[in-house]
Structure formats: C-alpha cells, structure tokens
Write a protein of this length. Sequence first.
Length: 162
Amino acid sequence: MKKDYHEKTYSSLSRFYRPGVIDQEKLMKGLRENFTSEELQLFLLLPGFEGYITPEKLEKKAKKKNFSDEAIQKILAKLLKEGMIGTFNKPGVGKVYKRCDVMTIAISQIRTGQPGTFKEVCTEYIVAGIEGGVGMDNKTPVYRVVPVQDTLVPEDSPRKIE
C-alpha cells in the first residue's frame, strides 16, 4: 500500500492547533494543491519541529528513499520558499534544516504563498488565532488602539507627556 504523505503531513501539523480550528478537508485539499507526495516525503524526513538536521544527514536519508541530488535541492528550495522548513547556522554544527511550526508556515503563506486553498486555510488559522485566542493566549488585545501623544495633549499645550 502506498503511503499518503499528505495525510502524514496533516497529522504532523494538526498536533499544533486546537481541534475545530482548521477544516481538515480544506487543509488536505490545500496540501494536495501545493505539494507533491515527493515534496512532503522529503519534508517528513526532517526531524520533528523541535529538532534539526545537517544537509549531509538529510541528503543521506533522502538518498535511501531514492531521491536524486537534483530533486533534493529543488524540493528544499520550494519548501524553504513556502515556509514549510527553515535553515539557520547552529554554532558548532553549521548549516541545519528544521521543520517550521504551524504559525510560521501560516505567516509565510500569507506573506508569500501562492493564491489557493492552502493560503486560505493559513489565513483562516491566523484570523482564528487573533480573534479567538487559538493557542495565542495573550492579555493584550490584538486590535487595541495605541494613542499618539498628539491625540492626548493638544499641540499648543504647555503640558507634554514624556
């Protein structure tokens, strides 16, 4: 039986949001529209969201799954562009790759993603978080108004707020 990497990716992402926040069918449709099984297979070769992997170790794992050097580089470039993975220099280790968390993926999709179902789902997730406090419990209201000094004290007033 062929593995469904879209379903595995959904399961991997879904543990980071509260139930009922994202429509599973819509997210699955978005994943299928945006990513091939091969791309998500490589995504899932990276350690969980807390871990990281060096390019050499990732390449070794990918080659065991019959990925060519060219395919690895092409897929990594797309996953980086889509915000699914990140890269940084870890002191003492060098360049590493990591999976991005759901919030980072959603924000990346809103900023740079292609129009479509996946971007819509990510937008809905961010809006639900802002308006409903989904995993973003914060005592500071998101839509608060920050007054500017000039609105508090008339310009010609001798009293100024420091």
